[in-house]
Design a protein around this ligand. Structure first.
Ligand code: ABU
Length: 477
């Protein structure tokens, strides 16, 4: 039958620029008022808590055949902001990120408006060069004098997966062509904080013993993951000594510095990562302590060719070899993703605006604030510090007056198991009043404790005092 094409569909629709402009202006006004000014105002709530069922009803989530008016859509924008957690609020201490970073936010907006994808230079010339410049500067801070390679990607776990891929490829390159059947039984080692073969906080003798034991069982150790700033305790593995062991046994050393990498900006605190220049690869997330907008995650590798060799598949629809420009700038063939956002731009623009000196101050300030909080905890009745903070994670129990005479528990953290119930109850109360957000968790043999993460320079010691007063207020009955 003859092909029939509806002529109306061939006319195209013109974007109504004045209407789009008006809509964008109005939504920007809402963003500035509600998602920037109100969201960072200490007098406002950190969250307006609703249960999933209440929220489903409030948001009217169903997608229908007909579209809605702009005024209705603007109301939907207001509602989305209203019921979201304000992670930029000065009383948000729940995650490994916090605080408002206006330069980075503007960079996000620009990147979203332009919709680049960083697989080829032809699609993202500016952002490709910016990514390259940011990666080079990060490598300089790590101490790789000869440079290296790297890629911004979709998250710290993704960076760690990149590291495992590269380490595995380095050990058994045939894997790329023949799959896992081409590999012997490979074993990697990491600290207890992140599971797998447990060696505590990377106890060096235990690490070496476990490597030898794995070899004697016929397995092939290929990688050690050292952590610089663990998620819960903020602990740092001894990288220099681990590097010695890795060199001795010819193992790939990856440093997960997603959280602690920020200390490299600080003359005072960079000793925490002593030896990181000996790592084969590093994961470092500037969206954490350095406050770039989410997400902003760099994977860096000392060897200049591994990323390309391990991942390249040479898709001919993107990476034509006969292009008219220098195709070494087509970074997508090194990546596991295809589309990739201009995340480095969010870091670059704020770095340009603040300079390294203000980033350094940001780190120093956060660690000083964490130290202040830890000292306050030691002074206050009912509060008990879990350990001296190494970084800006401050972990502690609160023991309400009603429980203070309970006998100590059998574990060495010296708290009764009744304490397990305290943090979840206080957390529920803080969420429902919206006064602040602080995380809690059990960890190993330690029952539920609070984990305060101090990041933003927009918080003061008054905010630290408020947190302790508020925990006491919410938990004292
Ligand atoms: N990448 C782990 C972050 C988890 C947290 O914010 O606690």
């Amino acid at each position: 039958s003859p092909v029939v094409i509806d002529d109306v569909l061939l006319n195209g629709t013109t974007l109504d620029i004045p209407a789009a402009e008006e809509f964008i202006h109005q939504s920007m006004a809402i963003i500035i008022e509600d998602a920037v000014k109100k969201a960072t105002d200490v007098r406002e709530k950190v969250c307006e808590w609703r249960s999933p069922d209440q929220l489903k009803e409030l948001l009217d989530l169903e997608l229908r055949d007909g579209g809605e008016s702009d005024s209705k859509i603007l109301q939907r924008c207001r509602d989305a902001i209203r019921y979201s957690v304000k992670t930029t609020h000065p009383r948000f201490f729940n995650q490994l990120y916090a605080g408002m970073e206006p330069y980075s936010m503007v960079a996000s907006f620009i990147a979203e408006a332009l919709k680049p994808s960083l697989y080829t230079y032809e699609i993202a010339p500016v952002f490709t060069l910016i990514e390259d410049a940011v990666l080079r500067k990060m490598m300089e801070l790590i101490g790789w004098e000869e440079g290296g390679d790297g890629i911004f990607n979709a998250g710290g776990s993704m960076s760690n997966m990149y590291a495992m891929n590269l380490a595995r490829y380095n050990h058994s390159p045939d894997i790329k062509e023949f799959g896992l059947s081409a590999a012997p039984r490979l074993v990697m080692f990491t600290s207890q904080e992140v599971g797998l073969i447990s060696v505590g906080k990377m106890i060096l003798s235990a690490l070496e013993n476990k490597i030898k034991a794995a070899k004697s069982e016929g397995a092939f150790p290929f990688m050690v993951n050292a952590t610089a700033g663990t998620t819960v305790l903020g602990a740092f593995d001894p990288i220099e000594e681990i590097a010695d062991i890795c060199e001795k046994h010819n193992l790939w050393l990856h440093v997960d510095a997603c959280w602690g990498g920020a200390a490299l900006m600080s003359k005072k605190h960079k000793h925490l990562l002593k030896g990181i220049h000996r790592a084969n690869s590093v994961a470092w997330n500037p969206h954490k302590m350095l406050m770039a907008c989410l997400q902003c995650c760099a994977f860096l590798v000392r060897d200049k060719t591994s990323l390309q060799l391990c991942h390249s598949s040479g898709a001919s629809y993107l990476f034509q070899q006969d292009k008219f420009y220098d195709i070494s700038y087509d970074t997508g063939d090194k990546s596991l993703q295809c589309s990739r956002k201009a995340d480095a731009f969010k870091f670059w623009l704020m770095w340009k605006a603040l300079g390294s000196s203000q980033l350094e101050e940001r780190v120093d300030r956060a660690l000083a604030m964490a130290r202040y909080l830890a000292e306050e905890i030691k002074k206050r009745e009912g509060f008990r510090l879990l350990m001296e903070p190494e970084f800006s994670n401050v972990c502690f129990w609160y023991i309400p007056p009603s429980l203070k005479n309970l006998p100590d528990g059998p574990d060495h953290c010296n708290v009764s198991s009744v304490i397990l119930q305290v943090a979840p109850v206080i957390k529920e109360r803080m969420m429902k009043t919206g006064s602040m957000m602080v995380g809690y968790q059990p960890h190993g043999d330690k029952p539920n404790f609070f984990r305060m993460i101090v990041i933003s320079p927009q918080v003061s010691k008054q905010d630290m005092d408020f947190v302790l007063d508020e925990i006491h207020r919410l938990g004292k009955d």
